[in-house]
Design a binder for this molecule. Structure first.
Ligand code: XMP
Length: 513
């Protein structure tokens, strides 16, 4: 792969991962790094262009994050977005102040006018909506820069020094609200930085396989396969690269969705690797008996998972490499502090202490979720695995409110399968990012035939979201909800009432526990 890489320096803005995703959508490789990256590190990274992200600070604040001004002497083009634009303006001799009156402060959708002779805006309409979010104002534009976009309130929405390849925009081209935002980013990459667009999943697959083969040699690799998208694609990539040297341990904790365990097993039949499926339902259910507290459930499952995996690993003996399906969003180090932990997510982290291995390999470490899915398709994994919606590590345990029994898990599995099937057959799965059923611990009176029932209430949950940090409840058509409800109460024993969860996140979370 030729070195065609963009460096994104993170100043703590909320859309930073989105910038990276947009760059990669343009088939250009990029990485997000904290703004504290040293000049030497930047040189070593050898970017063909640098993007400064937005951020919550004001550049004139004492504690505002800065960048070594020598970065402007590297001869590398720079695109500054929002805070990044102001930072560049200030560093190069301009000045930035708090907007004096409300009219110069801009938030939200703003009609913006572009000079389409500027490389950033070439080929785009002369006017359009841009997404603004700034309270500061570039009072003085640095020498060498010209103004290339304006709005009614602000004469310098975008600045450019074409000679040096420096561009700044006050708005956020990375968000969908900005018309042609991705085209502006593409212009920066292709017209300004000279990118060719070599980042494709087909190329990535070949390179990754070669790199894995070189690293692993004739060593043994062990992977904990959960059946989720990341670990499945990781398994397929490794299987393709090292075949029989790979052992995947798939721990079925009995809290999977209907048929999921068999589907996962079937998907890997075509590779000559070792596939170990451990049916550990009884163990997990015994440990979980009577436990009602969500975090306690998570902890028990996380620990039991490690125990089971450890036992299997012992049978296999020492391995050279422990593989993990870590993906890029887990790796990106933010330019600012960490967010509060609302739920302790159980993934297969923490395994290294328990297993005898020499080194960890994480072949998906630099990929975003949608890229992981693309790679899965390249590797010939079935679509039902590749486009699988997120499923929490603790599985149905956190979708059964209160204590967990096999009967409840079976009931929920059946109801959940009906809900998912109806959503898919109505074509609603294209609009909804995650949907599932929750078995509440509320029972209520109903009437079926001539008899009274006293059964469980099932809740349906469906959300639309781009990042799962915030989510809206999905507007499922009533007739679809009606079919789901009718089928479930008729076909699944033990449920006599269905409710639909109409809370967004925040204040609710996606899962109920
Ligand atoms: P919440 O419920 O926090 O969920 O709004 C956000 C996303 O994360 C998934 N989720 C989990 N994933 N282990 C996981 O691997 C967990 O313990 C866990 N809890 C929630 C959830 O399904 C949603 O996609």
């Amino acid at each position: 792969m030729s070195r065609e890489a963009i460096l994104i320096l993170d100043f703590g803005g909320q859309y930073n991962q989105l910038i990276a995703r947009r760059v990669r959508e343009c088939s250009v490789y990029c990485e997000v790094k904290p703004y504290t990256m040293s000049l030497a590190e930047i040189r070593a990274f050898d970017p063909m262009g640098i993007i400064f992200t937005g951020g919550p600070n004001s550049v004139y604040d004492e504690k505002a994050p800065h960048v070594d001004p020598a970065v402007f002497d590297l001869g590398v083009p720079v695109l500054g977005i929002c805070y990044g634009c102001q930072l560049m303006a200030q560093a190069l001799g301009g000045s930035v102040t708090a907007a004096q009156d409300d009219s110069a402060r801009e938030y939200g959708k703003t009609e913006t006018f572009y000079n389409t002779a500027c490389p950033l805006f070439q080929g785009l309409p002369e006017a359009g909506i841009s997404w603004m979010s700034h309270g500061d104002y570039m009072e003085k534009v640095p020498a060498g820069f010209s103004l290339t976009a304006h709005s009614a309130a602000c004469p310098n929405v975008a600045i450019a020094d074409e000679k040096r390849g420096f561009y700044g925009v006050q708005f956020h081209p990375e968000v969908n609200h900005t018309d042609h935002g991705v085209d502006m980013i593409r212009n920066f990459l292709y017209k300004v930085c000279g990118a060719k667009g070599t980042w494709t999943m087909g190329d990535y697959k070949k390179t990754a396989i070669a790199q894995i083969r070189e690293k692993v040699g004739d060593g043994k690799v062990l992977l904990a396969l959960s059946g989720g998208v990341d670990s499945s694609v990781c398994a397929a990539l490794l299987a393709e690269a090292v075949g029989e040297q790979l052992t995947c341990v798939f721990v079925d904790h009995g809290l999977m969705r209907k048929d999921e365990g068999d589907e996962v097993e079937a998907a890997f039949g075509k590779w000559a690797m070792h596939f170990v499926r451990v049916n550990a339902e009884d163990r997990f259910l015994i440990k979980l008996a009577g436990v009602t507290e969500p975090e306690h459930k998570r902890k028990i499952i996380g620990e039991e998972f490690i125990r089971v995996f450890e036992e299997e690993a012992k049978k296999i003996g020492a391995v050279d490499f422990l593989a993990q399906g870590t993906i890029y969003p887990d790796v990106i180090e933010s330019g600012t502090g960490d967010a509060a932990v609302i739920k302790s997510h159980h993934n297969v982290g923490g395994l290294p202490d328990y297993v005898d291995f020499k080194e960890i390999i994480e072949p998906l470490r630099l990929l975003f979720k949608d890229e992981v899915r693309q790679l899965g398709r390249e590797l010939g994994l079935p679509e039902y695995l590749v486009s699988r919606q997120p499923f929490p590590g603790p599985g149905l345990a956190i979708r059964i409110i209160g204590d967990i029994t096999k009967e409840k898990a079976d009931t929920l599995r059946e109801a959940d399968a009906i809900f998912r099937a109806e959503i898919a057959s109505a074509g609603e799965d294209r609009n909804i990012n995650q949907y599932f059923a929750v078995l509440t611990n509320t029972r209520s009176v109903g009437v079926m035939g001539d008899g009274r029932t006293y059964d469980y209430t099932l809740a349906l949950r469906a959300v639309t979201t781009s990042d799962f940090m915030t989510a809206d409840w999905a507007r499922i058509p009533y007739d679809v909800l009606d079919r789901v409800s009718t089928r479930i109460v008729n076909e699944v024993q033990g449920i006599n009432r269905i409710v639909y969860d109409i809370t967004s996140k925040p204040p609710a979370t996606v899962e109920w526990e």
